[in-house]
Design a protein around this ligand. Sequence first.
Ligand code: NAI
Length: 286
Amino acid sequence: SSFEGKIAFVTGGASGIGLGIAKVLVERGAQVVLADLRQDHIEDALAEFAGNGRSNAVSALQLDVTNREKYREAARRMQDEFGGIDILVNNAGVGLEGPLLEATYADYDFGFGVNLGGVINGFTEFLPQMVAHGRGGHIVSTASLASEVVMPPHLAIYAASKAAVCHFCEAAKAELAEHGIGVSILLPGPVKSRIHETHQNRPDHLREASGFKATEQKLARRIVGENWMEAEQVGRLVADGILADTTYIVTHGYYKDGMRARAEAVLAATPDTQEEAPDFGQFRED
Ligand code: NAI
């Protein structure tokens, strides 16, 4: 099958969407490493793979993607154990929600630290080895449809962190293609997961000063919708997207009108004048 012999490193791989992606990559022949903050999620996930007789294809390591030193150690381990990875899935994220007037720097640091910083750390630690081993590869990063459409209130920090991931990946794509490394952006709508456990994923030093304590207590009680997408279905879309080097992998059509309205509003505000294209290639001689 299509991922035979490939090594995949999946952050947030022990639950929800990351686990769904990991399962499909394993089914299709990959060797997968689950990198996750939560030891309890890791144990659940490994038990599930063991139950399906897939233990040989999976291993796990406890990693906080915001910890650069630990992330560097993890990447070094992948180099030593596997000769480097072929597929990086930057998927770890937290569902930060709350009224802006209640947000503190602890909330900004938490949201941007995991959702954007974790992705940047993934690129920074793994790109050198993916370029050096010369086999090419692929990097998928999980953004959100919340970055493409203005969702209900209280998601500003989340949406901004995800929009940054999306634009970072778009901008990186052409440069990495020169090294045979593909780039995809996963834009999910509602998917069954444990993203409502945000408060359990907060590091202690960003807990006390948070302004979102009440919101996160409420979020913890949110019921996962029956009609939300199964994570393995997302996993199949991602696996196909990797093989086709699809830039955008979108799970739901539900927000299409909102996405179009947003794009059209920007276009409507844009002058029709056809000036000469700016030239950014001129430099002073000094
Ligand atoms: P989840 O909570 O079930 O899975 C996320 C995993 O990431 C958890 O196992 C958690 O322990 C881990 N994690 C959290 N912080 C971490 C850190 N600092 N370092 C390493 N691992 C960490 O949630 P879900 O929904 O599967 O989330 C996966 C990604 O999908 C996230 O980036 C989320 O923002 C995104 N997403 C989810 C949607 C949904 O409806 N479930 C919709 C749009 C985007």
